[in-house]
Design a protein around this ligand. Sequence first.
Ligand code: ME8
Length: 485
Amino acid sequence: MDRRFYITTAIDYVNSRPHLGHAYEKILTDVIARWHRLLGEDVHFLTGTDENAQKNEQAAREAGVPVRDFVDENTEHFKELCKLLNISNDDFIRTTEPRHIRVAQDVFRRLHENGDIYKGVYSGLYCGGCEAFLTEKELVDGKCPEHDQPPKPITEENYFFKMSRYTSRVEQLLSRPGFVVPECRRKEMLNRVRSEGLKDICVSRVNMEWGITTPIDREHKIYVWIDALSNYISALEYPDSAMFRKYWPADMHMIGKGINWFHSVIWPSILMSAGIELPRKIVVHGYITVNGQKISKSLGNAIDPAEIAKRYPADTIRYQLVRDIPFGEDGDFSEETLRARINGELLADLGNLVSRVLKLAGNHKGRLRGKDHLSRYLNIKAMQKHMENIELHHALEELWSFIRACNRYISKKEPWKLEGKELGVVMYNLLEALRVVSILVEPFLPETAGKLRKQLRVGTGTIRDCSFRTEATRPGKGEHLFQRV
Ligand code: ME8
């Protein structure tokens, strides 16, 4: 295979079960991963869990469960979520795995060997939600704006990473359009680097039982963000595996907007110090909100995606989240909108089209051939462009405009009034259209795509199979793709 494509999600804290925001990030990443498989690329898709955080330990204590059992149990829920939503990840990394611990320590050792680690006393405000020290400037009314909680003052003797050394290189990196998308997120980071520069950061913590011990001092644990970020290379068995050589640098790190600084500034600095190539792109999505408020465990308004997935097919949840939230923006989730999408675009546009076409096709025994104008309504190039720009909602709209064109074509041709060769031509165009839809819809609605292929009696395809062939395959029986809700 010619091109390889490595894409990752953030790894989730396991202080509680997953919420809809976690589901959203995995769905977005899955759509892109599946799209690149359609393009014929050799895709590696990584997700996983961030298990060494202090807040996981705290949550376990509060629950009265040994930390290891607690993180084991919650991790299962994250793995389960991936299955429920048909997430096609190739690997799932847990930061408590030996393969990760080894690499996190190796990265820390490299920073040290490069002369970028020194000991100092840190006095600052720590937000347990962010697992990060905050500056006074970042607070709103004395509270962390992400978690709506006041940070705790901490004074500790820690190891520091000389991130200040990388200010100009990181500024250069952020000056490159496309390194962070959307563009506004890149500018946000660039402006912050230009106004504040990079400060040295604390990369170890003392008096902690849970976490990865630093390779240079047994009393210290590696600061959880340094540990967590290295998952992107530990899962490839950095430094000298075939996997690492093949897939690194990552093509995309998909993350939520609250952790952009860690990915666009801190992660590149670490990689620069350790002498590792930089990722190609940081892709930043917005937040799922409920009544306009970010959902999170600490705000107590979390929606359990597993519970939603029990009541609605995974494909419909995927569709609603991708379709209704312009990529990069925040978007509200409500079951009402979900139901409207199911009854509307999914059932009325796609479901209806498929059942009409298959029913009509049953009445025609002759040949299925004779191209007319229908394929002109399909603009794959536009779809491809939108996917390249990570405007997933536009790509989906483009595909749906073709689906609607097919419905209009039926109304106009009135195939129920046709027979013989004429009917064969109309059915050929509709069946070929559906076959192409079954390919292009796969990244968004993988289960529906499978059902469609089965009804059409066609196999899986790639983008190369999206032009109309000379003759359509005779389909099987139609079944409903979606149920009205
Ligand atoms: O930040 N809507 O973990 P996390 C959409 N362990 N996305 C959301 C969201 C919401 N309401 N809330 C959170 C961490 N996210 C770290 C990451 S990566 C080396 C370490 C996103 O469980 C969030 O922005 O708090 C992040 O991308 C992911 O979910 C995991 O969040």
